[in-house]
Design a protein around this ligand. Structure first.
Ligand code: SF4
Length: 336
């Protein structure tokens, strides 16, 4: 993975939504949904974007996909800048970037058989010549997502939730994309089905060398799938590191609070639960200084006035906090 340019590069991405009001319907405020987010994903890598509901993670995904137009920042796919492409040039982009949404039922047309759902992107992008080649591709897609080939003649409502999500994954795979964005792709599923879909995604990722951006509010889910994790809070990334470091040696107090809520498989192992007080502040009027200071148990004066930068705290490990993590687990204020 090293040496070559990352498949996806996101630099200083912002997405602000104007709020209109007043007599003339003019913009009276903004929602700072995504406010300066940067990361990259190597080809064949999975990066998870995690955080509570409303932190902006899904907006990041939609803005990369150009379902939303970015307010500022740059996005590159395989070295090509895509955030400023005119509408006429978005079509080839749709082939290279696909998405799997949370609710497969609402994202699959109930009037279409699975065959037509999967054939549509193959036809749209001219990926099969003739009926035999199309049938072969459809059969391969059903195999890849471990659904029986003869189920291709059924409608979405004839499948369980997990099976429908397999169809959603097959549809995302159909055009042979470089990148798949999974937006809360397993959140609506039962626990056991969730695990099956996570395993399927992990297998497909390994088999096909897929690049995945996995968006989830649940850190426990990403642990078995991801290479690296970026943690978001109120429109910004507060910590980014590899999976092992995140789960064993996270630095940011927000990440630690999220991790403390993740169930530990060993019932004899103890993990101190960090209960965050207060609600997530409004992204219309985010707090000054560190955006997390209104809920952070370690906040001190500097946190209320100075925004912490995302800075290296280890090999490939970034954290945005005014605290220093000294050896031995001590946490002390960092010199300004
Ligand atoms: Fe907490 Fe301050 Fe660090 Fe923000 S900068 S996470 S408020 S200690």
């Amino acid at each position: 993975m090293s040496g070559e340019r990352p498949l996806l590069e996101v630099n200083g991405l912002k997405k602000h939504f104007p709020i209109h009001g007043g007599v003339l319907g003019q913009a009276i405020a903004k929602v700072y949904a995504v406010d300066g987010v940067s990361f990259s994903i190597a080809r064949g890598e999975t990066l998870s974007l995690v955080g509570e509901s409303g932190c902006g993670k899904s907006t990041v995904g939609k803005t990369i996909l150009r379902l939303l137009t970015p307010t500022a920042g740059e996005v590159y796919l395989a070295g090509e800048r895509i955030d400023n492409l005119p509408a006429a040039r978005l079509r080839p982009l749709r082939q290279r970037m696909q998405v799997v949404f949370q609710d497969p039922f609402s994202s699959l047309d109930p009037r279409m058989k699975v065959r037509d759902i999967l054939a549509e992107p193959i036809r749209n992008f001219g990926l099969a010549h003739g009926r035999a080649e199309l049938d072969q591709r459809l059969a391969e897609l059903m195999d890849k997502v471990q659904l029986p080939r003869d189920a291709i003649g059924r409608y979405p409502h004839e499948f369980s939730g997990g099976q429908r999500q397999r169809i959603g994954i097959a549809r995302a795979l159909a055009p042979g994309p470089d990148l798949i964005i999974c937006d809360e792709a397993v959140s609506a599923l039962d626990v056991s089905v969730k695990a099956q879909i996570i395993n399927l995604l992990a297998d497909l990722q390994a088999e096909l060398g897929l690049t995945l951006l996995f968006i989830s509010h649940d850190l426990a889910i990403v642990e078995h799938l991801t290479h690296r994790v970026a943690v978001m809070y109120l429109g910004k990334i507060v910590e980014l590191t590899d999976r092992r470091t995140l789960f064993a040696d996270s630095h940011h107090p927000y990440t630690r609070a999220l991790l403390s809520a993740v169930p530990v498989p060993d019932p004899t192992a103890k993990r101190q639960r960090i209960i965050l007080t207060g609600d997530v502040p409004s992204p219309i009027n985010p707090p000054n200084g560190c955006r997390f200071h209104t809920r952070c148990p370690f906040a001190f004066d500097r946190c209320r006035v100075e925004e912490p930068l995302l800075r290296p705290v280890g090999d490939g490990h970034l954290s945005a906090c005014h605290l220093e993590h000294a050896p031995g687990g001590q946490v002390v204020p960092m010199a300004a």
